[in-house]
Structure formats: C-alpha cells, structure tokens
Design a protein around this ligand. Structure first.
Ligand SMILES: [Zn+2]
Length: 184
C-alpha cells in the first residue's frame, strides 16, 4: 500500500527483487539499490510477510498455570489456530513462527503438531514435528479421546478406578480429565 491510500508504486518485479534480497541484505543497503527509503523497504517487507512487525515481539499470550499452554489472545483462524495478522500463507500461524524462531524451518513433508491439542497454544515445548500422516492420525485419535473424556466427565458418581478399568487408562488420567487438565 502507498502512503495515505495512494495506490502502491511497487511493481511485481520490485516485489520479486525484495523477496530475493531482503533476507540476504540489510534494508539500508537495499534501499539505495532499489531507489527507495529504508522505511519503504521495511514496510513493503511487512506486507510481503518477509519481516516480522516489531509489535509482534511483545507476547500476545497468557500462560495457563495448569496446562502450561501459552494461550494466544491475538487473532485465531476459522479453525481456531493462533494467527498473526500480518503473516502470509503458512507463516501467518503464530505457533509456526514460534517454532521456526527456535528450531528453524521444518523439513519438507513435516508439519508442526500440537501435543496439547490446544490450537491456541504457542508454547514451543508443546509442539512437535511430525509427518502429515502422523498428524492426521493424532487428530483423529484426539477427537475420539475428547468424546471419551466427555463421557468420563458425565460419569460423576462412578469411582475413578472403575472408570480407569472401563476405558483402559491410568487412574491419573481420569483425575486429570475430571479436573479439565491436559491429559493427551
Ligand atoms: Zn499447549
């Protein structure tokens, strides 16, 4: 976007050049080369998802003391995943950015999975790199577990040991489910 709503003067070829060079060259070296100001370079880099806006450096989550999930209070997408407003494509996911900041880009064919099954969570310790197949399998298993957990919560008058035997899980798991704590 140009200044004050004026149409952008950035051509597709300029954008491509910026994409190619932005990570290799500091903005103050790139600016004279592209005939633009440093600020203009940085702003455009934000728009193209090449640069993290500085406001994203302040944490946008609260730490849940029980589950240790870092619950994102910024935007979430239609499926409930934490997103950063300026990100583009895959990079819009806040948990993905958190993971990459710590471990670097995931290798091809691998996805970042939430071990805590909490899509809002941006705690890197709750994330794990898995194959797409494994991710799908876990998602299905989690759905099943959520259903069972609902049933367990309904069975309030039955002792935890009986329920543990019924569902073939550890008694501690039953207690956790009843307290609403992370159990997966
Ligand atoms: Zn979590």
């Amino acid at each position: 976007m140009g200044k004050r709503g004026r149409p952008s003067t950035w051509k597709a070829s300029d954008d491509n050049m910026l994409r190619r060079l932005y990570k290799k060259m500091p903005a103050d070296m790139l600016a004279p080369r592209m005939g633009r100001t440093v600020k203009a370079i940085q702003k455009r880099a934000y728009c193209l998802g090449l640069q993290r806006p500085h406001y994203l450096d302040t944490p946008r989550y609260t730490v849940n003391p029980v589950t240790e999930c870092w619950d994102w209070f910024g935007c979430v997408d239609e499926e409930g995943y934490a997103v950063k407003s300026r990100g583009v494509g895959e990079t819009r996911y806040a948990y993905r950015q958190a993971y990459i900041a710590k471990y670097g880009d995931p290798p091809a064919g691998m996805v970042i999975d939430h071990l805590c099954r909490n899509r809002r969570c941006v705690n890197v310790d709750h994330l794990e790199l898995v194959t797409v197949t494994e991710n799908t399998r876990r998602g299905r298993a989690a759905k099943l577990n959520m259903k069972i957990a609902e049933e367990i919560r309904k069975d309030k008058n039955i002792s935890a040991s009986i329920l543990a035997a019924k569902y073939g899980v550890h008694i501690g798991t039953i207690h956790k489910i009843r307290r609403g704590v992370r159990w997966l």
